[in-house]
Design a protein around this ligand. Structure first.
Ligand code: NAD
Ligand code: UDP
Length: 346
């Protein structure tokens, strides 16, 4: 099948491109390089020995997206494109709402016009809010988000679900009922085992694993652990860290599912196993062969104490489950970081 990946040059998109190509699918990528570079796609081609059709374009540009989608006519769109930094979204909410909401509306308009059927969307466990108690299941009511980034995910889920319902009625100008798959990612980490592609955050990393990696490689002095007074065994927050290649393989299953179904479905993509901040620091130290320096600091505003998935639905319906554990995660993150200490920029 032909898959079109918006934001496909980014961290999760580039790993998913590898998994799709290896599963025998054709891949087209649309990216404006707001947070990535074409180098990632060159490396995807190097890993797989296959070509990717690459378009530099903004997914909010309706005319251009219509042109690209008319050329490609994909069996499924996987919509990764978006701005994703939680802290930045508090500072520039309008840019976040404009980019994330507009890109999704633009895709839906183009899909309706061209009669394209399937879309898989990158959502987040953040939509569970902080009132639900983990493990989170897809049937739980969505919660209150603590930042504009989270609300964009919440709203995009709603827009896609509403469009799927409207398209099923066969009314108005819908040519075909839509198939929408919402994937709620937990904490994607790690890198492709080749060490050729990985996470390449711009500036100071916001997320735990890239921060630990940069301390380990000597780019930063120490990690600040955001609070050790939570009600958890070691006092630090717990998360469900999922290897990005497991996540990528989840997208292959989800896109194949979307292409042969109608309506909307939600799936958690997580491992179901929580690890604390200090457990991750310890595991990374083992992988890189030396301890990772850290200090305990104050809590970070907006952090939830615990977040992990119940991943049963993806296993039952998609036949997918995460296979890699934290040792593989840390090994592959270190392999990428040590081979590319400054990311793609060398
Ligand atoms: P990323 O920033 O590496 O990738 C996003 C890509 O989208 C980048 O290549 C960027 O250049 C591109 N992009 C942004 N706006 C665009 C636009 N208007 N037109 C074209 N391209 C555009 O991020 P990622 O970690 O790969 O995340 C992919 C998706 O998954 C995002 O939607 C993100 O919100 C979501 N997500 C990520 C995480 C995570 O922890 N990484 C967790 C949950 C959900
Ligand atoms: N964290 C930390 N120091 C950092 C970055 C993150 O202690 O420099 C903690 C953070 O408080 C959270 C966990 O690591 O408990 C995962 O944070 P991340 O931002 O990676 O993911 P999210 O909070 O979005 O799940």
């Amino acid at each position: 099948m032909k898959m079109l990946l918006t934001g496909g040059a980014g961290y999760i998109g580039s790993h998913t491109a590898v998994a799709l190509l290896e599963a025998g699918h054709d891949v087209a990528v649309v990216d404006n390089y707001a947070n990535s570079s074409a180098e990632a796609i060159k490396r995807v081609e190097k890993i797989t020995g296959k070509n990717v059709s690459l378009y530099e374009a903004d997914c909010c540009d309706n005319t251009r997206m219509l042109e690209i989608l008319k050329t490609e006519m994909p069996d499924c769109i996987i919509h990764f494109a978006g701005l994703k930094a939680v802290g930045e979204s508090v500072e520039i909410p309008i840019e976040y709402y404009r980019n994330n909401i507009d890109s999704t509306l633009t895709l839906l308009e183009c899909m309706r016009e061209l009669g394209l059927k399937s879309i898989v969307f990158s959502s987040s466990a953040t939509v569970y809010g902080d009132d639900n108690v983990p493990p989170f299941t897809e049937g739980m009511p969505r919660g209150v988000c603590t930042n504009p980034y989270g609300w964009t995910k919440w709203m995009q889920e709603q827009m896609l679900t509403d469009a799927a319902s409207a398209s099923a009625s066969g009314k108005r100008e819908w040519k075909t009922p839509l198939s929408v798959v919402l994937l709620r990612y937990f904490n994607p980490v790690g890198a492709h085992e080749s060490g050729l592609i990985g996470e390449d955050p711009q500036g100071i990393p916001n997320n735990l694993m890239p921060y630990i990696s940069q301390v380990a490689v000597g780019r930063r002095d120490h990690l600040t652990v955001f609070g050790n007074d939570y009600d958890t065994p070691d006092g630090t927050c717990r998360r469900d860290y999922i290897h990005v290649m497991d996540l990528a393989e989840g997208h292959v299953k989800a896109a194949e599912y979307a292409a042969s179904h109608e309506g909307s479905e939600v799936f958690n993509l997580g491992t179901g196993d929580p690890f604390s901040v200090l457990e991750m620091v310890e595991a990374f130290g083992k992988a890189c062969g030396h301890p990772v320096a850290y200090e305990i600091g104050p809590r970070r505003a907006g952090d939830v104490q615990d977040s992990w998935a119940n991943a049963d639905k993806a296993k039952e319906v998609l036949g997918w489950e995460a296979k890699r554990g934290i040792d593989e995660i840390c090994r592959d993150a270190w392999n990428w970081q040590s081979k590319n200490p400054k990311g793609y920029s060398k």
